[in-house]
Design a protein around this ligand. Structure first.
Ligand SMILES: CC(C)(COP(=O)(O)OP(=O)(O)OC[C@H]1O[C@@H](n2cnc3c(N)ncnc32)[C@H](O)[C@@H]1OP(=O)(O)O)[C@@H](O)C(=O)NCCC(=O)NCCS
Length: 181
């Protein structure tokens, strides 16, 4: 990254509500869910390089996410329904470097049992809306495998548009780019 992006403080990011969902900053109590999600072959089918082998991998991932939260005041959220403590998945935006620019990477991964209810679309829309409000100068990107149709639908639902010109060969095969308009 060529320029250090500024932090965003006091934006209400640590806990957000949508119509059905509660989005919260991840903490140590979420480690079981983070590990379970990243050892689920179905949830990582399109991104096998994200699969974890040991609990230590989950510790390290949470450490990186916490570092981003502490440094910038936002990051990935745990997603739950208002009426249940069980995590549905993870969604959020995080600063990454792309071609020497700082951009916001939109991420979503949900437990297969929760798929098909529009939760990912609802959470991703909230994440992109948050970014537009609190980081209006930042471009939001999502990188999606060509065969991951559900993820492409979520990116579009969150308001991103397909941008072929940015496509790259990713860690797990081609990455199709979706960007904020
Ligand atoms: C991608 C993912 C988050 C979608 O979760 P979800 O809860 O099923 O998403 P939603 O219910 O909000 O549905 C999203 C859209 O995808 C469509 N969809 C869902 N499964 C689909 C499938 N197998 N094939 C085609 N479309 C599908 C839905 O109809 C919906 O379309 P719409 O917005 O036009 O109505 C979920 O499949 C997942 O966690 N996958 C594994 C992790 C992953 O691949 N993350 C993305 C990495 S880039």
């Amino acid at each position: 990254m060529s320029v250090e992006p500024p932090p965003t403080r006091d934006s209400g990011a640590e806990e957000m509500r949508t119509g059905r969902l509660l989005l919260t900053r991840p903490g140590p109590d979420d480690l079981d869910a983070i590990f379970a999600l990243h050892t689920d072959p179905e949830a990582c089918a399109h991104n096998p390089s994200d699969l974890m082998e040991t609990r230590r991998d989950a510790d390290l991932l949470l450490l990186r996410w916490t570092h981003q939260w502490n440094r910038y005041g936002f990051g990935y959220w745990m997603v739950r329904r208002h009426d249940s403590p069980e995590p549905l998945g993870i969604c959020g935006v995080k600063i990454v470097g792309y071609r020497r620019h700082a951009v916001l990477n939109l991420f979503y991964r949900f437990f297969p049992a929760s798929w098909g209810h529009g939760y990912a679309g609802e959470a991703a829309t909230a994440a992109v809306d948050w970014a537009h409000t609190h980081r209006p100068d930042d471009v939001v990107i999502a990188r999606v495998r060509p065969e991951n149709i559900a993820s492409q639908r979520v990116a579009l639902r969150a308001g991103l548009v397909r941008a072929e010109e940015f496509d790259t060969p990713g860690d797990d095969g081609a990455d199709w780019f979706y960007v904020s308009a």
